[in-house]
Design a protein around this ligand. Sequence first.
Ligand code: TA6
Length: 302
Amino acid sequence: MDTSAISELNRRFGIPGIAQVVAGNGGLAKVAVTAPAAAGEIYLLGAQITSWRPQGAEEVIFVSSKSHWQVGKAIRGGVPICFPWFGGKADDPWAPAHGFVRSILWTLDSIAQSPAGVTVSLSTGANADSKKWWSADFQAVLRATFGSELVIELTVRNVGAAPLRFEEALHAYFRVGAIEQVSVEGLSDVDYLDKTDAGKRKTQKGPITIERETDRVYLDTTGPIELVDRSLGRRLTVTREDSHTAVVWNPWIAKSKALSDFGDEEYHHMLCIEASNVADFTIPVPPGHEHTLKTTVGVAIT
Ligand code: TA6
């Protein structure tokens, strides 16, 4: 998108002193929020949040220093939107991992202020490109509210005549001080698929700590999840609505080195906790209906 198009978006949607549309990394258009309650950023590429810093707190979102910044590739870090499938596409090994919406430009529809903060709304939908991968007639809207909490809502509407069924995940990369000093609470006694152990089904016992590559899909879980970061002295709370699975991921050493858009040592400073509906918990949406996956992130200094 050229600078004149970005300026035009800023003229249409910008709120002086609160939210601006500017050129970000790679010259990509982003909305930069600088409101009293919070600062934040969301790119039109993938409708991807890349920063949230509530007033009085440090940055909460992790973005890799090695990320690509180009249309057609997902930003490494932030909150990628995995849709309409998670991981590899079951019936097409050539399909892009985690679906196709995280690597395309979304349309900026509105920026609005409310007591909850600044809400940026973007959308995408079915077109000739999407139908190369998925025949569905859908509309997707991503609403991100940057305030004392970060609220993310992904709404998918079935605008076709056939029933829809899809997977979805808000693949949030949270910034941590030192992964060795982090634990995750709220998933004890929940079954999970261990993707580092051939997808075997296991049961979580007690808090999650990270000492190796960790890639787990927690099943049939709807409760709050807490990331306790002793190194930064804070606790992140992730609550979810209409989310029945949660994914926890840290690539650790070997996978970090294998990812070209991720620094070898960056695994020390991030942990993904993903509000989602994946695996057996896909979402059916009849014609004319819609579904919203919602997650809210709060920060408490401990
Ligand atoms: O959410 C965890 C996961 O599915 C891991 O298996 C790993 O592949 C991660 O997503 C990142 O996927 P990406 O396609 O963004 O490299």
